[in-house]
Write a protein that binds this ligand. Structure first.
Ligand code: ADP
Ligand code: SF4
Ligand code: MG
Length: 374
């Protein structure tokens, strides 16, 4: 590809040495509000090696954005309490001062957000936004920064890069704006990129282009990447590992191929069934997961997914399942009656026999989510 330009000290074609760049241990972020404590991220642990991509998947409100922001140290609101550990390149992030964190943002860790309009300044040209960012971090003169800006726009495949520098964000399409945001995020050669629903605001064709661009840049620069999305389809062919989140916790985590061939958590199964099929006629009602995610101030006891789960049994309503594995050790899930096991199948069948609405919905007897009372 036409990516002759590499800013920063990350060598092109760096070979993954397997060393963990990021080690997240029992990370929790709670927001204190008048009604209580919102447990947005509630004990998440994982590691990510250099050059690898982790997909973080879950419905809206499951804690994906708060997780990414907590890792970067961006949850600075007065009511946010973050505990646990985030080791980035051997350095503890939790408890760092804003001044220390600012040195890492952009240079080591960068983020691409859902809506490019919120991260771009509407009254400043693209060129100035790029060059100011580059000059701030890389201590360059105006002319040199200009050259870097053009090279960056070319590297994200923006045609006529020189003349685009004079554009304001509103003069570009949504896809082009997101390319600019990616260029800004990549400007200082970060080793870790967070892409938080980077294509949600874009139409389907442009979505693919942007996801391909991210994958290309990630592999060329050997960055570690966390790709956050509510759509399992987005991470299917683009990640090494997937972590499924529900109500602030990781409920299943596995190498991507294994997750799709042998998923164990009923929630993961629900997400998989929610992916629109290209063969479906337009406006077909999706097999969406019935019900709503729980209130994070006072979630149900036991498994938080139980009220919506097609497999739920009495045990689920009293005992919270912990992460465990029955396949390979790097495939973990938190469920008492896992999908694809004899106990899971028996639990599912007993719920169908008893007319349990989520189980009926799962087999398509009730398709409309509003018909399900769970
Ligand atoms: N500043 C805040 N104060 C209180 N609650 C918050 C705050 N930010 C996020 N939340 C809550 O944390 C939960 C997780 O949010 P978020 O991480 O944005 O979800 P996702 O990105 O998965 O859609 C939501 O219930 C949200 O309302
Ligand atoms: S079977 Fe039980 S433990 Fe497993 S997801 Fe359903 S409710 Fe939770
Ligand atoms: Mg989000």
């Amino acid at each position: 590809m036409d990516n002759e330009f590499q800013v920063g000290r990350v060598p092109a074609r760096h070979v993954d040495d397997g060393e963990s760049l990021l080690v997240v241990d029992d990370l929790r972020t709670h927001f204190e509000v008048p009604a209580g404590s919102v447990r947005a991220v509630d004990g998440v642990s994982f590691t990510l090696a250099r050059g690898r991509t982790l997909g973080v998947v879950g419905e809206s409100g499951s804690g994906k954005t708060v997780l990414s922001r907590s890792i970067m140290g961006l949850n600075t609101s007065a009511n946010a309490i973050t505990t646990g550990s985030v080791m980035y390149a051997g350095d503890e992030m939790v408890g760092k001062s804003s001044k220390e964190k600012k040195l890492l943002w952009g240079a080591e860790m960068a983020m691409v957000f859902q809506d490019p309009m919120t991260s771009l300044n509407p009254v400043v040209t693209i060129g100035r936004q790029l060059t100011e960012h580059v000059r701030y971090h890389l201590d360059m003169g105006r002319k040199e920064a200009n050259e870097v800006a053009v090279a960056l726009l070319k590297s994200v495949h923006i045609p006529e890069a020189e003349s685009r520098l004079n554009n304001y964000p509103h003069q570009m399409s949504g896809g082009m704006r997101q390319r600019v945001c990616i260029a800004i995020a990549l400007a200082c050669g970060p080793r870790m990129l967070f892409a938080d629903e980077p294509t949600t605001a874009l139409d389907v064709t442009v979505q693919h282009q942007i996801l391909n661009l991210l994958a290309e840049q990630q592999s060329d620069r050997a960055m570690a990447m966390i790709l956050v999305t509510h759509d399992l389809g987005v991470v299917a062919g683009r990640t090494d590992e997937i972590m499924v989140m529900y109500a602030g916790k990781a409920v299943e985590k596995a190498p991507t191929a294994e997750l799709f061939s042998q998923l164990r958590h009923p929630y993961t199964q629900g997400l998989l069934w929610s992916i629109p099929k290209v063969t479906q006629p337009k406006h077909t009602r999706l097999n969406a997961i019935p019900g709503r995610p729980p209130n994070l101030i006072s979630p149900p006891t036991g498994c938080k997914f139980a009220p919506r789960c097609a497999y739920a049994q009495d045990l689920c309503r009293t005992d919270e399942p912990q992460l465990r594995s029955i396949d390979s050790p790097d495939h973990v899930f938190a469920c008492h009656f896992p999908v694809g096991t004899p106990e899971g199948e028996a639990a599912f069948q007993s719920n169908i026999d008893a007319g349990h609405p989520p189980a009926l919905a799962a087999v398509g007897k009730l398709r409309a989510t509003e018909e399900v009372s769970a």
